[in-house]
Design a protein around this ligand. Structure first.
Ligand SMILES: Cc1cc2nc3c(=O)[nH]c(=O)nc-3n(C[C@H](O)[C@H](O)[C@H](O)COP(=O)(O)OP(=O)(O)OC[C@H]3O[C@@H](n4cnc5c(N)ncnc54)[C@H](O)[C@@H]3O)c2cc1C
Length: 305
């Protein structure tokens, strides 16, 4: 439960959601949401159905100083502890608008897969990098998600943030993007983003996508719940390579296991708990530091209050 001094605010927020007919669930287990299929229980999960509703919800919880976490598709998050944190899902915020000059504006909760399929249908190429990444635009921008030789920041024009309840459009050149990181902070709230794609050979793009997916299926444990790569690659060596070199492939704690196919994946073999996954992450970090003097940091966001 929330701390007793915020119980009143929490109850008022629930009341507010009911009065305004905003979809929500009490005591919601993030195991139903996260790609690892495990996760702590949040006292309150809110599903705004539109960007306007999203903004209203943010204003309400900020006003009441309620701790909140924004979740896209939960495919890069370990929800370890949420007893005092509510979750706001962006999944229903998925409008895509096309304008002149190959520009496309996408709401933060839109899946990368939907952007890819809709842009290809319009004859636009440039989003193929995202095939197989199961995230939303918001989640992808935070880590500058990428694969297949491309990243989300490459075709980005601007991001519209919510700052002090006002929409602020920030051009691409004012935001720093690096390998699996960006200058977007935990307090920034992404509402939508604008991309500029190119008119191109969509048949060739579809062929490329088939190859990317085939490669993914051959090299990654796609049949098990996971959160993709867990650790960020260091400059000198990919994290998976290091983990393999340390002999940690197949290492397990409870139902969490370092994938035997791709050592940077931790898979849920069926009965993993959130703690199993967290403990395995910590164990790998400890061994890496002890044996190679390298601190592995996680690409995965760990919600630990
Ligand atoms: C099988 C599998 C394969 C994967 N392959 C890849 C890959 O090839 N390349 C890659 O880069 N990643 C990969 N990932 C990881 C993950 O899919 C990406 O990082 C994805 O972009 C995360 O998006 P999400 O919506 O699920 O983010 P979430 O996990 O929901 O959130 C991630 C972070 O973004 C924040 N966030 C989300 N939306 C907003 C918003 N609107 N405003 C502010 N903050 C927000 C969250 O608070 C959190 O801090 C893979 C994951 C899986 C499970």
């Amino acid at each position: 439960m929330l701390e007793s001094n915020s119980k009143k605010d929490f109850n008022s927020t629930v009341e507010f959601l009911i009065q305004n007919n905003i979809k929500h669930a009490l005591n919601y287990s993030m195991s139903e949401y996260a790609s690892w299929t495990v996760g702590a229980t949040t006292p309150l999960m809110i599903y705004p159905q539109s960007l306007e509703e999203f903004k209203v919800v943010i204003e309400e919880v900020k006003k009441r100083k309620i701790r909140f976490y924004i979740s896209g598709n939960g495919s890069n998050t370990l929800f370890l502890k949420l007893s005092r944190t509510i979750v706001i899902s962006t999944k229903r915020l998925n409008k895509i608008t096309f304008s002149q000059d190959q520009e496309v504006t996408v709401e933060c909760g839109t899946s990368l897969a939907l952007v890819l399929s809709k842009t290809l249908k319009k004859g636009l190429v440039g989003f193929e990098f995202s095939s197989g990444i199961p995230g939303t635009i918001g989640g992808a921008l935070i880590t500058n998600a990428g694969a297949n030789g491309g990243t989300i920041s490459e075709s980005l024009e601007s991001i519209c943030f919510l700052k002090k309840n006002i929409e602020v459009e920030v051009p691409r050149n004012k935001i720093e993007f690096n390998y699996r990181s960006s200058s977007i902070t935990r307090r920034d709230i992404i509402l939508r983003a604008k991309f500029k794609l190119k008119i191109g050979d969509t048949e060739q793009a579809r062929e490329n996508i088939k190859k990317y997916i085939k490669h993914r299926n051959n090299t990654q444990p796609v049949e098990y719940p996971s959160a993709g790569s867990v650790f960020i690659n260091n400059k000198d060596c990919a994290a998976g390579e290091r983990i393999e070199r340390l002999g940690l492939k197949g290492l397990s704690i409870g139902g969490a296991e370092v994938s035997k196919l791709h050592a940077n994946y931790i898979i849920n073999t069926g009965k993993a708990t959130t703690e199993d996954i967290h403990n395995l992450i910590k164990k790998i970090q400890k061994i890496s530091l002890e044996k190679e003097g390298v601190a592995l940091s996680t690409e995965v966001k760990i919600v630990n209050e």
